[in-house]
Ligand binder design. Structure first.
Ligand code: GCB
Length: 603
């Protein structure tokens, strides 16, 4: 279901937040009876009271897969169960109390004190519900969550399940065609928060530049149980109030003289400048009722048939495809990792990345806003095929929810509506025309792309996009080992995309698996020397393409090594990172950062 108002929970004069992160109880249905939990309604009683099941301690947030010492749980297909108790203060009785999950993969049902509170499908996106009527105030309450990782032809992303005969009897197995491991669980924070009964539900902003002024167009929705006045303040980064405006209908424009613009990293000495939009609801007696503070950046995005511009300056994307992935935690949010990653991104001199292949945590997006890292924001559609109306509906939902979550972020400069879908059929053309129309209806102000892997000549999707991104593995999947066949092929393919559509072109993936510490010279596949030369050859092609005026970016695959499903093409995971899974640089990282800093100086 689509929802409005998914503002990130924050403390303010009127709002309180309690974290439900920590240790939860965790139970998997026995493999002999995968549906036992559903049959027996395990949400009705504490999981700790169940007989004949293994009770685990499970940290939240985290993927559950790599926590227990148990391959059956790692490879489990279907539903798992979580529960815990939590205390709700008496003082919240007359307030609006919401329960918010920042992400559960893939789908979830949530019960509070044995009563269904909400359901959500599609991982990597937040969902919440007002749960006041289900709570006991001044007492302990129980929250139960069932989480299903099953992917089918009508989930986003897609997969398929079948039953196989094993040495241990019949088992369900999951297959999927993307390579990253299908981690599951409560991946991001769970929060309980309270607001007054009259509250700010949503804020939308759009910024513009007009002469010496920065413009902040805002649109606020709020609910009130008493007469309410809404006002809006703009504060600079030193918390000085620049303007204040009473807003009768919740919409208006704030003007800032000589604004400090939001610039990407290395395009300005002070990148990522953020103002604060402070929204206030006050009662007829003039008392403050609700306050929400939204960080905003003032910048413009525009594009032509050959360029993309921020604040009217052409940009050139340098950076990576990435994953939310690490040892033990899988896709669980881990702040030490997140900060380390962003320190590495700055150390690399990269100005951007794509959130391949799903939306990343809001905490990560906050950092991108602050540091001036440009984000190509991707929805969870990977390798899409077997098009259907049901799939189309969910694909659109994933974008509605993504845009609802990220619409105000200065770092988000483009929507990626799919990675490597089927693009060569007429049906694909029709399908993506619909997806594009949907996104343009919600957000006409950011360009749309798809990371395409099929061949140019039969493509039916590029016509609907603003910017063409293509993924190609020269010297790896194509002409393995042939470092002498990269330059011509990259130039040829980029030029073919350009000639077909007359639009800006990005190479959104190129790379080679590289086993850290493996040295072979002359360069040989899997060695660090090979990755360095593979990067150097691509750089030559990119530099020639840049002369043409329509080639606008290069993203290497991948930032770091990551876990995959089991296959004979992967040695302990995908090793195309320029960093290891532990975030240590390979030779390729040292090589590439010189290029990124040179490019930043040149542009
Ligand atoms: C791709 C996919 C990416 C894979 C990569 C690879 O084209 O977009 O998800 O990880 O290739 O290494 O095979």
């Amino acid at each position: 279901t689509t929802q409005l108002g998914i503002l990130f929970p924050q403390e303010s004069e009127s709002r309180e937040v309690r974290s439900l992160d920590g240790l939860w109880n965790f139970v998997v249905s026995p493999t002999t009876d995968p549906f036992l939990g559903q049959m027996q309604n395990w949400y009705k009683n504490p999981l700790s009271k169940l007989k004949n099941v293994d009770l685990h301690v499970m940290p939240v947030p985290s993927s559950y897969n790599d926590i227990p010492q148990n391959a059956t749980i790692r490879d489990h297909v279907g539903v798992v169960w979580y529960d815990r108790t939590f205390f709700v203060p008496k003082t919240w009785k007359n307030r609006r109390v919401c329960l918010r999950f920042s992400s559960v993969s893939y789908s979830a049902q949530v019960w509070v004190n044995g009563q269904l509170a909400m359901k959500h499908e599609i991982g990597h996106l937040p969902f919440e519900k007002e749960i006041g009527s289900l709570l006991k105030f001044g007492e302990n309450n129980r929250i139960s969550v069932s989480c299903d990782n099953t992917l089918t032809a009508t989930t986003v992303p897609q997969g398929s399940v079948k039953t196989v005969d094993t040495d241990e009897g019949k088992k369900l197995i999951q297959s999927y065609s993307f390579d990253f491991f299908n981690y599951a669980g409560i991946h991001r924070p769970v929060t309980l928060y309270s607001t007054p009964k009259s509250y700010i539900d949503d804020i939308s902003i759009k910024t513009d530049i007009e002469g010496d002024y920065g413009l902040v167009h805002y649109n606020i929705t709020y609910y009130n149980v008493e007469p309410i006045a809404c006002s809006v303040l703009l504060l600079n980064a030193d918390n000085v109030v620049l303007t204040k405006q009473a807003s009768l209908f919740g919409t208006g424009v704030l003007k800032v003289y000589n604004p400090k613009l939001w610039w990407p990293y290395l395009m300005d000495p002070n990148p990522g400048y953020l103002y604060t939009l402070r929204v206030e609801l006050t009662s007829s007696k003039g008392e403050l009722v609700d306050v929400y503070k939204l960080p905003i950046g003032i910048r413009t995005i525009s594009w032509s048939n050959s360029k993309m511009l921020i604040n009217n300056r052409p940009i050139y994307f340098t950076g990576f495809g990435r994953h939310e992935d690490s040892d033990i935690r899988g896709k669980g949010l881990d702040m030490p990792l997140v900060i380390r990653d962003h320190n590495l991104i700055k150390w690399m001199g990269a100005n951007s990345y794509r959130t391949s292949h799903y939306p990343y945590a809001e905490e990560i997006m906050d950092l991108a806003d602050k540091l001036g890292i440009m984000i190509i924001d991707e929805c969870p559609s990977v390798n899409t095929n077997l098009f259907s109306l049901t799939l189309l509906g969910k694909h659109k939902n994933s974008l509605t929810e993504l845009i609802q979550r990220d619409k105000n972020r200065p770092s988000v400069v483009m929507w990626s509506i799919a990675n490597e879908p089927e693009t060569n059929s007429d049906l694909a053309g029709l399908y993506f025309a619909e997806v594009v129309k949907h996104v343009k209806n919600i957000d006409p102000d950011r360009p749309i792309t798809v990371a395409i892997s099929h061949q140019v000549d039969r493509d039916r999707v590029g016509q609907h996009l603003d910017i063409i991104s293509f993924n190609r593995y020269n010297s790896w999947y194509s002409n393995s080992g042939r470092l002498d066949m990269i330059i011509k092929n990259v130039i040829q393919e980029a030029t073919a995309w350009r000639n077909k559509y007359n639009k800006p072109v990005i190479m959104s993936e190129y790379g080679s698996d590289t086993f850290a510490g493996l040295h072979i010279y002359p360069q040989f596949v899997w060695s660090e020397e090979f990755q360095v030369s593979m990067i150097a050859k691509h750089a030559k092609a990119f530099d020639m393409l840049r002369q043409q005026g329509w080639f606008i970016g290069e993203h290497i695959w991948n930032f770091a090594d990551f876990q995959t499903g089991q296959s004979y093409t992967r040695v302990g995971g995908n090793k195309k990172g320029v960093f290891t899974r532990n975030r240590q640089p390979k030779a390729g990282a040292h090589h590439l950062r010189k290029r990124y800093f040179l490019l930043a100086n040149e542009l």
